[in-house]
Design a binder for this molecule. Structure first.
Ligand SMILES: Cc1cc2nc3c(=O)[nH]c(=O)nc-3n(C[C@H](O)[C@H](O)[C@H](O)COP(=O)(O)O)c2cc1C
Length: 1006
């Protein structure tokens, strides 16, 4: 990077010149298609040590060609030719993301980068004229929003294609005869809304890694897509204040997308008319202007504004309603800037015509010092990092600038005296992005996939390229094969799936991945992944849409070893590796495997009903948490949640001959519960209710609602029996208590090995006294929803219990069967259980909201129709009823920045979530993205409800985006269909996991 900030100058070439009459002055009036003309311009710019020569584009022949040269030659072909006659100057060509294809453009620009030895840049624009559409098979261009959605995906694909080769993939090994090493070239397997591109690119990695990206546009959508991807921005501000505001807005947006220095370079257009002195410059301008027909120019201006030319009078000001008729396809930014300027300076139309109204960019006429001072002022005061310079006539205007202005800028110390590098990235002070394919690693894995010592080398040196060379905007990546090899090696590794909605459950996920939706990332990460240095792999659909941002956010909150899975799940599947579906799939799969393997006895709902009817003596024990049990259960059930089942069974069912039916909502907890009692040697006849409470409902039987009967805490006698059972389990599963010294040792190693310290007793016991640093997770839920609590499968799990260890041992027996390697039980003495109260989730520092609003103030604002409330709470589990602020809209944090323009109303946007934490994060994301005021409801929706301001409940809450709506409750038929699919899933999941091979359930024969 340059040691100090440097001015950047491009020459923006419009054939013979920006002035409409320039061609009438030129020595080569037909220069529009004369390559030598363009080469001459580039050489002058290179003599002036300009950064780049820039070509806009318009892929249609418009009427303007009747009076002046236009964008005739294809700019990419043009810069290719120019590259052969120059050495240093950067080469920027424009492509339209609306009508072109990303593969074609990525290939073309990569080719130019090779041909020019690293000087290519792509200016990606969305285009606006329908005359272009008609050359590509459409009547009109798509609407603005669609153009930008397409543009976003377009650039993503281009970047993926440029990144699809490692730097060293071309071997050209004459000895071995191998040309390209396909281990170092990766397909991109992109499937999106607009494009389906298999990849890889058929051009080797470009010399600049990624050629430079430039973007031109003005609207909020344009600023977002520029702030997200571009290295430099070509823009239109005509005054210093507008330019400074634009500059600041852009930087805020870029930071909002997780970017750090270098932020996009802001290069407004500027049209200097220059000569040796100010008087000569004015004379030059007058001379050019005299060749124009003012009536003709007036007609063009009227056309631009879609305004009746008869209503425009040359020596009068612009009419008041001149902005009212602009066609929606035209860029308003240019025209609004112009009108503001004319009104501010009280210009007549004739004067406006003298200021480049059609070209749009700011025109200044002056001598060398005047122009250099103006440029330096904007640059030094951060209204611009440089300029895209338009000259009245080429090459003469540029020659005058190079001769007179460039030396002044050099004297100011802001512009280079000579080139210090050879690539455009060098000129712009941009590092070359490292290859995303770590070739050596791929090679090692490939050659010795089964040799642990080599895999360990890779694991110990996970980055064969220094990460410092990667800008934060492009997190490190890992190839699917490498991820799999590390997972199989047994080294510690956490895979987090950051997709939103039900993609993880329904579309499928990597078997060892845990769910960490992007929206809730900061709220859940610390508890799920307590070790900040854990090797972390972030997964999304394609490796580009969510994962890079998630990786940056993880890095921001302290994680030090974060990589993105290359190609995401598409890449994973493309490499031949499977996905599994289902929520808490491993825990549920264990239930299925166990039922078949251990022949866990079961009865159907009908059989249970018959037993009820016959008045038989039996007890139904329900293993779910009380809240869920309370929502819906079987008549006469008794709650004995999770690990409490063994703890309390001897008191709940005193006679050893009374049959016990174990129940839950569906399948897993009933199977695991029943089998747990059997494994523990409980003498009673034990069965699980097949398909649990769901089966009861589907059989048309009446369930219980609001049931509250709980199995009593164990008596001394009950506990003695439970303790005997614990010893049987401990023996069979090889579980022995952890000593205090060993626990202290684990605590000392938390920087190198993850430690989960879970207290598996009841919430009340935990609150009354617990071990410092432990977290409360009921044992049953820990087994049933392990992926909610344990992000690293190779982490150490320590279950803290009373000294009897009944609940810890039964829970540990299942975690071991789930395949976790290091599961320990810790008998805490009463003296050690010294911390009291509940423990809130561990959170990073949350951003302070720009402005909070109290529930009362919000209620007043809403009553006056002055605010739009967005509710960011994710969809709650089935047994929790959603409560929300009347009139609020469901929104999702991860997609809100893109949906901002769809937020109704014009007043403040108020964000809420259950306790306000998620709303604060979302508010921080929106910083600089909207001109509307963004506020956060103090204390969130809970505070609103607590303030008795009225709430709605249920599923009727409307959504900002209909695809993110809270689903209505399922009908019985829908639930039955869902359940049938789940039962079918249970039949195949065991075999699928065997094929997958990343998770090994363990069997401990009696
Ligand atoms: C400075 C500037 C240069 C542009 N150059 C081109 C161009 O060369 N080719 C093109 O098709 N569109 C060009 N555009 C138009 C944009 O692609 C876009 O369609 C237009 O600005 C409207 O979108 P917006 O309202 O988001 O800015 C340019 C726009 C600006 C502001």
């Amino acid at each position: 990077m340059a040691a100090h900030r440097q001015l950047h100058l491009n020459v923006n070439v419009l054939a013979t010149g920006r002035h409409n009459a320039a061609w009438r002055h030129a020595s080569t009036p037909k220069s529009v298609s004369d390559i030598q003309h363009f080469i001459d311009i580039a050489k002058v710019a290179e003599r002036g040590t300009f950064d780049a020569i820039f070509f806009a584009d318009h892929q249609a022949l418009d009427d303007v060609a009747a009076f002046r040269p236009w964008h005739a030659l294809d700019p990419s072909v043009l810069i290719s030719a120019i590259s052969q006659a120059t050495t240093y100057i950067g080469l920027v060509a424009t492509s339209s993301t609306t009508v072109e294809e990303p593969f074609h453009v990525a290939r073309k620009v990569a080719t130019i980068d090779h041909v020019s030895h690293g000087r290519a840049a792509l200016n990606y624009v969305t285009s606006q004229q329908d005359s272009i559409a008609r050359n590509f098979g459409y009547e009109h261009l798509p609407a603005h929003a669609e153009r930008y959605r397409r543009a976003t995906e377009f650039v993503e694909v281009v970047l993926k294609l440029w990144d699809s080769w490692s730097d060293d993939a071309v071997l050209a090994d004459v000895q071995s005869g191998r040309y390209v090493d396909f281990q170092r070239v990766r397909p991109i397997a992109h499937k999106g809304e607009f494009f389906s591109v298999a990849g890889a690119l058929n051009v080797p990695r470009p010399p600049q890694g990624r050629p430079v990206l430039v973007h031109a546009g003005d609207s909020s959508e344009s600023r977002n897509i520029g702030a997200r991807f571009a290295d430099a921005i070509f823009t239109v501000q005509r005054t210093f204040d507008e330019a400074r505001a634009f500059y600041q807005d852009y930087h805020a947006r870029a930071r909002g997308f997780g970017r750090t220095e270098p932020l996009p370079l802001i290069l407004p257009g500027l049209y200097p008319v220059i000569a040796g002195t100010a008087a000569e410059a004015r004379a030059r301008k007058d001379e050019f202007d005299s060749l124009l027909d003012p009536t003709e120019e007036l007609a063009k201006l009227a056309g631009r504004f879609n305004y009746k030319v008869e209503r425009l009078v040359l020596d009068k000001p612009l009419p008041d309603d001149i902005l009212d008729h602009i066609l929606p396809t035209v860029n308003r930014g240019f025209l609004e800037n112009l009108v503001r300027e004319a009104r501010r300076e009280k210009l007549t139309l004739r004067e406006v015509l003298g200021r480049n109204p059609i070209g749009g960019h700011r025109l200044i006429v002056g001598g060398p010092d005047e122009i250099a001072d103006e440029i330096a002022y904007w640059f030094n005061n951060h209204a611009a990092d440089g300029f895209n310079l338009n000259f009245d006539a080429y090459p003469s205007g540029l020659e005058l600038f190079v001769e007179h202005v460039v030396p002044v800028l050099r004297r100011h110390g802001i512009f280079r005296r000579e080139y210090t590098g050879t690539t455009l990235r060098d000129h712009l002070g941009l590092a070359r992005p490292a290859s995303h394919i770590r070739a050596r690693e791929a090679e090692l894995i490939h050659e010795a996939a089964n040799r642990k010592e080599i895999i360990m080398t890779v694991i110990n040196n996970p980055r064969t390229e220094p990460t410092e060379t990667l800008s934060l905007a492009t997190p490190a990546t890992i190839a699917p094969g490498d991820l799999r090899a590390i997972a199989l090696s047994g080294a510690e590794l956490a895979v987090v799936d950051v997709r939103e909605g039900d993609a993880y459950v329904a579309a499928g996920h990597i078997s060892i991945a845990v769910e960490l939706p992007l929206s809730e990332l900061e709220l859940k990460a610390y508890d799920l992944l307590p070790r900040r240095s854990v090797p972390l792999v972030v997964v999304d659909d394609d490796g580009a849409s969510l994962a890079p941002l998630a990786a940056r956010r993880l890095a921001d909150i302290g994680y030090t070893d974060v990589r993105v899975l290359e190609g995401g799940l598409a890449g994973w599947q493309q490499a031949g590796f499977p996905l599994i579906t289902g929520q808490h799939a491993l825990s549920k799969a264990l239930g299925e495997v166990v039922e078949r393997r251990d022949h866990t006895p079961r009865i159907t709902a009908e059989q249970l009903r018959a037993r009820f009817a016959a008045g038989e003596d039996f007890v139904v024990l329900d293993t779910r948490p009380l809240e869920e049990f309370n929502y819906l259960s079987i008549p006469d059930g008794i709650a004995a949640p999770g690990a409490e089942l063994l703890h309390r069974v001897f008191d709940a069912v005193p006679s050893p001959t009374t049959p016990i039916v174990v129940n839950c909502a569906g399948r897993t907890r009933a199977i695991i519960g029943a089998q747990a009692l059997i494994n523990a040697g409980v003498p009673n006849p034990i069965v699980s209710l097949e398909n649990g409470t769901a089966a009861w409902l589907f059989a048309g039987l009446t369930p219980a609602r609001g049931a509250a009967r709980e199995a009593p805490r164990p008596s001394a006698e009950g506990l003695a029996k439970a303790k005997e059972a614990q010893q049987r389990l401990a023996k069979r599963f090889g579980i022995s208590p952890l000593s205090p010294e060993a626990l202290a040792g684990f605590r000392a190693e938390v920087e190198t090995r993850t430690l989960y310290l879970f207290d598996i007793r009841t919430g009340e016991e935990f609150a009354a006294g617990h071990l410092a640093g432990s977290r409360h997770v009921p044992g049953g839920q820990l087994v049933q929803n392990t992926d909610r609590f344990v992000g690293s499968r190779q982490g150490r799990i320590v279950l803290v219990d009373d000294t009897d260890l009944v609940r810890a041992t039964i829970s540990a027996s299942w975690l071991l069967q789930l395949g976790h390697n290091e599961v320990h039980v810790y008998p805490a003495t009463p003296a050690e259980l010294s911390e009291t109260g509940s423990v809130a989730p561990l959170l990073p520092n949350l951003p302070q909201p720009a402005a909070a609003i109290s529930p009362l103030a919000l209620s007043r604002l809403v009553a006056g129709g002055g605010a739009t409330v967005l509710d960011l709470d994710p969809i709650a589990p089935y047994h929790q009823v959603r409560r929300y602020i009347p009139g609020s809209l469901v929104a999702r944090r991860a997609t809100l920045p893109q949906r901002l323009t769809a937020v109704p109303g014009a007043g403040p946007i108020v964000l809420t979530s259950k306790d306000g934490a998620l709303a604060r994060l979302a508010a921080a994301d929106l910083h600089g993205l909207t001109e509307r005021e963004v506020r956060v409801l103090e204390g969130g929706t809970d505070a609103w409800i607590g303030a008795a301001l009225g709430f709605h409940s249920g599923s009727g809450q409307p959504a900002l985006d209909p695809s993110e709506t809270v689903p209505p409750p399922q009908t019985l038929e829908q639930r039955r269909a869902y359940f049938d699919a789940y039962v079918a899933w249970g039949h195949t999941i065991g075999a699928e996991l065997e094929r997958d091979g990343l998770v090994q359930f363990r069997h401990y024969p009696e």
